[in-house]
Design a protein around this ligand. Structure first.
Ligand code: G6P
Ligand code: MN
Length: 440
């Protein structure tokens, strides 16, 4: 029997949490828990799922203590892992991040472009506070961060807490893409091993083999160039996600040597994407009307029940699986392979040592280690240097409250470029975010 752990779910008002709870139940032999602390500053929202979360745990995890709290000291005082997916400003601010750029014909997305910039500025303040709070109690607690935009948050935390080796930033998109590749290739996902390089939401797969030594990369590369790319869970995806996958094909018709992450679309086809977007109905609305609605409906049925009979068990979560598998790999020093976010430090030989890069690597008791990648060629180096400069200037704008750095960041972002649009969108975002951040 493995030793058991205490975890804190920070941002337990997220509609992703009930499926995470289901995943925790499914993994209870592999990653046993003695206590789960659900924490959110919005008790009302967390409360929409509380009965359900409690019922699932009572039925399938009776040995695990359950706490719901809005008190951050209670949340962090004694815990082994913080699973963090807070969304500062909630869906209302996500909606503005997406809609404000569209006023200027710019991409409206929560992690890329001006929306990602504004969200990054909000996340950095709250994440800094969280890390300080957690560390005021313990230097040993692992902070597994899923708060977006991971690229900005990871770089910012590395600047603010450079010695802290127990903060790990995660993104499930490469993990999720590999599930889709496995389905296309007909190879079990556990057998696939990838090589990948880039920045978060800005990277490329360069190799794909299975554990028997078969090389699948060329088959997949040509398949994705010549066929529509469908995610493995296409039937659960809304239209905007399906469109996103198909743009991988579109990009590969031009450049097909590597397979890009879906997020590259925002930097390659920004005008087309902005033109196709409905400024009155963006992804925030779509996810509220689909995933969020479905989750809340299932959860509402848990009220007053004491058994799960006839009630759906939510487990279907790429994010949940990734979080739990990462925690398991740390707790038992498994050194399993993941695509990780780490300080470059020579992993990509000819790229900024201080950048946070996304590469294949392993996770164990000392955290994430990237495999050495070697040098990258001028096209990728050029793209990544522009994007990294955008990330760095965003973090510096936050740390120094520097308006000019923020403006430079947006001009450098491939989805913006035009200085007059950069300034107009920055001014509007700053006004909309006045409760969260400001610049001088
Ligand atoms: C992927 C990304 C995450 C992002 C999520 C958004 O999983 O890797 O960074 O948060 O998509 O999904 P949504 O369905 O909320 O638009
Ligand atoms: Mn991500």
């Amino acid at each position: 029997m493995r030793e058991s752990h205490i975890i804190t779910i920070a941002g337990a008002g997220s509609a992703r949490v009930p499926a995470l709870v289901g995943t925790l139940v499914n993994y209870k032999e592999r990653f046993p828990l003695s206590k789960i602390i659900f924490y959110d500053i919005d008790n009302e929202r967390m409360g929409l799922m509380e009965d359900y979360d409690r019922l699932v745990l009572k039925c399938f995890y009776p040995e695990c203590e359950v706490v719901f709290t809005t008190d951050e000291d209670e949340a962090y005082r004694e815990t082994d892992f913080v699973f963090c997916q807070m969304r500062v400003g909630k869906t209302a601010m996500r909606s503005l991040d997406e809609k404000i750029p569209l006023r200027y014909g710019l991409v409206g997305q929560e992690t890329c472009g001006p929306g990602g910039f504004a969200y990054g500025m909000r996340s950095l303040g709250a994440m800094k506070h969280m890390v300080e709070k957690v560390r005021s109690y313990s230097k040993d607690t692992w902070i597994l961060n899923y708060t977006n935009p991971a690229a900005i948050v990871a770089l910012g935390l590395d600047k603010m807490f450079p010695e802290d080796r127990r903060i790990l930033n995660l993104c499930d998109q490469p993990f999720s893409l590999m599930k889709s590749y496995a389905k296309i290739l007909g190879v079990p996902q556990e057998k696939l091993r990838a090589r990948y390089f880039g920045l978060n939401h800005f990277g490329w797969f360069t190799e794909l083999k299975d554990t028997d030594g078969n090389d699948h990369f060329d088959t997949l590369r040509t398949y994705l160039r010549d066929h529509d790319f469908q995610p493995f869970n296409a039937e659960q995806r809304s239209k905007s996600w399906l469109d996103t996958y198909v743009r991988v094909n579109k990009y590969m018709k031009f450049i097909d040597e590597y397979i890009p992450t879906t997020y590259l679309q925002y930097y390659m086809f920004p005008e087309e994407i902005a033109a196709e977007s409905d400024p009155a109905y963006t992804r925030a609305d779509e996810s509220r009307d689909s995933r969020e609605k479905e989750v809340f409906e299932v959860c509402a049925k848990a009220k007053g029940r004491d058994s799960m009979e006839g009630l759906e068990m939510l487990t279907n979560s790429v994010f949940g699986n990734l979080m739990v598998e990462v925690a398991e790999s740390i707790a038992y020093d498994l050194n399993r392979e993941f695509i990780v976010l780490v300080r470059n430090d020579g992993i990509i030989g000819n790229f900024e040592p201080d950048a946070i890069v996304e590469v294949a690597g392993t996770i164990g008791k000392d955290g994430a280690k990237g495999y050495p990648f070697g040098d990258i060629s001028p096209y990728y180096k050029g793209l990544m240097e522009g994007q990294y400069a955008y990330e760095l200037l965003t973090v510096e704008a936050f740390l120094e409250q520097d308006y000019t750095k923020a403006l430079k960041a947006l001009i450098l972002n491939r989805s913006v470029v035009d200085p007059s649009k950069a300034k107009a969108v920055l001014d509007d975002l700053m006004e909309a975010n006045r409760d969260y951040w400001t610049l001088k």
